[in-house]
Design a protein around this ligand. Structure first.
Ligand code: SAH
Ligand code: SF4
Ligand code: F3S
Length: 502
C-alpha cells in the first residue's frame, strides 16, 4: 500500500479511489479465473441512518466489481452494519454473527462489521475475543474505509490473522461524491446531519455517532436534485434531530446557513418530487417556522414523527428531554390545525428507571389528548455508558411489562380508529413493491405515511394474478415508484387494504 494515500488514519479522497481500484483489479482477475464476479451481502440493523450507510457500502461494492449475494452463505464478503440503541439490536447481531462461524472456511466469506456497536469498546473487545474470525471492524458510518479494509484483508490471504481494528480510521469527503445503490430507487435517503448533541439520559446515540455535524445546504440540495432527476419520487431527510440543522454551521461563523425549515421548503420545490419526508424532530426544537412550512408546502409530507418518550414531566426531566407534557400537547394542537388530516406518530419508552404508576398514567393521558396515529413503543433498555443505566432497577420487570401491554393496547385502539376514518376514501399511494407477506399484493405509502396493501402484480411479472375477486385493472402497468389511486376497503391497526382505481 502506497503510504501517501492515507495519513494519521485518515483516508483521503484519492486514497479512497485508489483503494477501490485495487479491489476492483482483484475482482476482475477473480472473474477472469473463475468466470464469476465476487459477491457481497450487507445486513443492516438499526435506523435509517444505518440504512443509508449500507446503501453507500453497497454502492462502493458495486464500483469495486462485486454483485449482491442472496444470502450470507454464498457471499464472498459479508458486512454487518450494527445498532446499539436497545439490547435486542445487540443480541440479534451477535446471533447472526455466530451463525457465520460454521459457514466460514479458508477465510471465506470475508467478514466485516461496522456501525454504532463498533463505537463502543465493550463490543470491539467482544468481537476480538469471542469472534476472532471477523476480518475487520470499522466505526459507525465509516464506509470510506471499506476499500482499505478489503485491500488489507485480501493481501493477507490466509484469513488467520487477528481482527483488523480500523474503528479509529475515517475518510474525507462529502456523501455527494460517494457511489450509492439505493434499496428503493424511488425513495432517496439523504443525510442532512450526523450525530446528536442532546444526550437524552437513556440514549447511546450521542456516544456512538458523536456531535452534530450538518452537511452543507448546497450539497444536500445537489444530492436530492440528482436523486429526483434519476426518478426518486420521495426524499427522506435524515438526522437525529433535524430541527437543529445548521446550528453548528452558524456557530462556526456561517451566519446565513439556512434553517431546517428553509432546507425542507427548498427541497420540496424540486420538480418531479411527490413527497419530502424527514426524521426525527425533537419537540424542544420544533419551530413555528417549520410549522408554517408544513402548512404551506404541499409536497412536504402530511405527517410528522415527534417522539414523546413519556408524558410525565418528572420522567421527561430525568430523561433530559427539555420539554414538558404541556409544551408537547401545544405542538400537537398547532400541528393538527396547521394542516388538515396531518398524521402524528411518536416513540414511547415504558419503564424508564423510577417510573411510577402515576407517571405511566400521565403518559396515557397525553396519548388520550394527542391521539397518535401510530407509535413505536419500547421497553426501557439500559445502555452501558448512559446515565440512566445506573438508575436501572431490574426487579420492576413484571410491573413494566404489564404497563407496556396496556400502553400497546391503547395505542392499537387509536391506530385502528385513525385508519378506520379512511375506509371508503380513495387515496394516492406511492408503490414500494410487493408486500412482504404475499407476492400478489402490492404495498405502498400515502402522503401521510400510512401503509397500504392492494392486489396487483408489478410490471415485468409474467402473469397478472388476482387474489381478490371482482377487480378490473391492468396491473401490468404498475411499477415501483408509481403513484396509484387506491379505494380503501378495510382498516387494520398498522395498515390499510384497498383496491386500485383507474
Ligand atoms: N433521535 C431520535 C431517536 C433515536 S433512537 C429522537 O430523538 O427521537 C429511536 C428511539 O429509540 C427513541 O426515540 C427512543 O424512543 C428509543 N430508545 C432510545 N434509547 C432507548 C433505550 N435505551 N431504551 C428504550 N428505548 C430507547
Ligand atoms: Fe438519542 Fe435524544 Fe439524541 Fe434522539 S435526541 S438521538 S433520543 S440523545
Ligand atoms: Fe442504532 Fe446507531 Fe441508529 S445506535 S438507532 S443505528 S444511530
Amino acid at each position: 500500500m502506497n503510504n501517501d494515500l492515507y495519513d494519521k488514519r485518515t483516508i483521503t479522497e484519492s486514497g479512497f479511489d485508489e483503494q477501490k481500484s485495487t479491489v476492483k483489479e482483484w475482482s476482475d482477475s477473480l472473474a477472469r479465473e473463475t468466470g464469476r464476479a465476487p459477491s457481497y451481502f450487507v445486513r443492516t440493523f438499526g435506523c435509517q441512518q444505518n440504512d443509508r450507510d449500507s446503501e453507500l457500502a453497497a454502492g462502493i461494492f458495486e464500483e469495486m466489481g462485486f454483485h449482491p449475494a442472496v444470502s450470507p452463505d454464498v457471499a464472498d464478503v459479508v458486512l454487518f452494519n450494527t445498532c446499539s440503541v436497545r439490547a435486542n439490536a445487540d443480541n440479534r447481531f451477535y446471533g447472526h454473527l455466530g451463525n457465520l462461524k460454521p459457514i466460514r472456511k479458508g477465510g471465506r466469506p470475508i467478514i466485516g462489521v461496522f456501525g454504532c456497536m463498533m463505537e463502543q469498546e465493550v463490543h470491539v473487545d467482544t468481537i476480538k475475543q469471542k469472534f476472532p474470525y471477523v476480518d475487520f471492524i470499522l466505526g459507525a458510518g465509516d464506509v470510506r474505509v471499506l476499500p482499505y479494509a478489503l485491500v488489507e484483508t485480501l493481501s493477507d490471504g490466509t484469513g488467520k490473522r487477528k481482527t483488523l481494528d480500523l474503528t479509529t480510521w475515517h475518510g474525507l469527503g462529502d456523501d455527494t461524491s460517494l457511489p450509492v445503490l439505493r434499496a428503493d430507487p424511488h425513495r432517496a435517503l439523504v443525510t442532512i446531519m450526523t450525530g446528536c448533541n442532546n444526550f437524552c439520559s437513556y440514549c447511546i446515540v450521542p456516544y456512538t455517532r458523536g456531535r452534530e455535524i450538518s452537511r452543507a445546504y448546497e450539497k444536500i440540495l445537489d444530492e436530492a436534485r440528482r436523486a429526483v432527476e434519476l426518478g426518486a419520487k420521495e426524499i427522506m431527510l435524515l438526522g437525529q434531530n433535524v430541527n437543529s440543522y445548521g446550528n453548528d454551521l452558524r456557530k462556526r461563523g456561517e451566519v446565513d446557513a439556512p434553517t431546517f425549515a428553509e432546507l425542507l421548503r427548498d427541497i420540496s420545490h424540486l420538480d418531479g418530487l411527490w413527497v419530502v419526508r424527514y426524521m426525527t424532530s425533537h419537540p424542544k426544537d420544533l419551530s413555528d417556522e417549520l410549522i408554517a412550512v408544513i402548512s404551506r408546502e404541499p409536497r412536504v409530507e402530511s405527517h410528522i414523527h415527534l417522539p414523546l418518550q413519556s408524558g410525565s414531566d418528572a420522567i421527561l426531566r430525568r430523561m433530559n428531554r427539555r420539554y414538558d407534557a404541556a409544551h408537547y400537547l401545544d405542538l400537537v394542537r398547532k400541528l393538527r390545525s396547521c394542516r388538515n388530516g396531518i398524521t402524528i406518530t411518536t416513540d414511547l419508552i415504558v419503564g424508564f428507571p423510577s417510573e411510577t404508576e402515576e407517571d405511566f398514567q400521565q403518559t396515557l393521558h397525553v396519548m388520550e389528548e394527542a391521539r397518535f396515529d401510530a407509535a413505536f413503543t419500547f421497553l426501557y433498555s439500559p445502555r452501558v455508558g448512559t446515565p440512566a443505566a445506573d438508575w436501572f432497577d431490574e426487579s420492576q420487570h413484571e410491573v413494566v411489562r404489564e404497563r407496556f401491554m396496556r400502553l400497546v393496547e391503547y395505542q392499537n385502539e387509536c391506530s385502528l380508529a385513525s385508519n378506520k376514518a379512511l375506509e371508503g376514501q380513495v387515496l394516492d399511494v406511492l408503490v414500494d413493491g410487493k408486500s412482504r407477506r404475499d407476492e400478489t399484493i402490492l404495498s405502498g405509502r400515502t402522503h401521510d405515511d400510512r401503509l397500504v396493501n392492494f392486489a396487483g402484480v408489478l410490471s415485468g411479472s409474467s402473469a397478472c394474478q388476482k387474489s381478490w375477486p371482482n377487480e378490473v385493472f391492468d396491473s401490468a402497468r404498475i411499477d415501483r415508484g408509481d403513484i396509484v389511486r387506491v379505494l380503501i376497503e378495510r382498516a387494520n391497526v398498522n395498515s390499510l387494504d384497498g383496491i386500485q382505481i383507474l
